[in-house]
Design a protein. Structure first.
Length: 185
């Protein structure tokens, strides 16, 4: 019997290369959102320093400059260096993970989270009182000034929340980061 006709085990298909478009989409979302965060903070610092909160949209939103040394909702105040290290870890992980993306929705969600982490990390590195101890610039207060109803936040915080909600929604809908759909064959 000839060896030509013996059945050979089928080779597993080589994994497809990560679609560069998903990485580019993630990067574009992250760069655009980070630029918006940095620009709004620059405007706020230059125009609202030392001023009373500015009422916008009939009091639905107030713009005011708040420097936050803590995390969301002013938690972990005084642990800015820990928050900076956590943000660095998040950024490195998201960049490492980007090559595995096959879903445009996940690319957008993770791009927003990446932008938010970078936006607040930039503040923690470059703002007073010094590297890894810098205070984050927050400026959006909803329903009332001075965080009376809701904590004061910024564009980076919004990006993290919107990106996180998008990722959770995609997960609940069965759409995975690799482009597959759970429950479908």
């Amino acid at each position: 019997m000839s060896t030509e006709h013996q059945s050979q085990p089928e080779a597993e298909p080589a994994p497809s290369a990560p679609p560069k478009r998903r990485v580019v989409l993630l990067a574009c979302v992250a760069v655009a959102a980070l630029a918006l965060d940095i620009a709004t903070k620059a405007v706020v610092v230059s125009t609202l320093e030392g001023h009373a909160p500015v009422r916008v949209l009939g009091g639905l939103v107030y713009l005011q400059l708040v420097r936050n040394s803590g995390a969301a909702f002013s938690m972990a105040t005084g642990l800015t260096w820990v928050l900076a290290i956590v943000a660095i870890g998040v950024v490195v992980t998201l960049i490492w993970f980007a090559g595995r993306l096959r879903s445009p929705g996940w690319a957008i969600g993770l791009g927003l989270v990446l932008a938010g982490a970078l936006g607040n990390l930039v503040d923690r590195i470059f703002r007073a009182p010094g590297p890894l101890r810098g205070h984050v610039v927050d400026f959006i207060s909803v329903f009332a000034p001075n965080a009376e109803v809701w904590p004061v936040f910024n564009v980076a915080d919004s990006c993290i929340c919107v990106g996180g909600v998008l990722i959770v929604l995609l997960s609940l809908l069965g759409r995975d980061y690799d482009g597959t759909r759970r429950g479908k064959k």
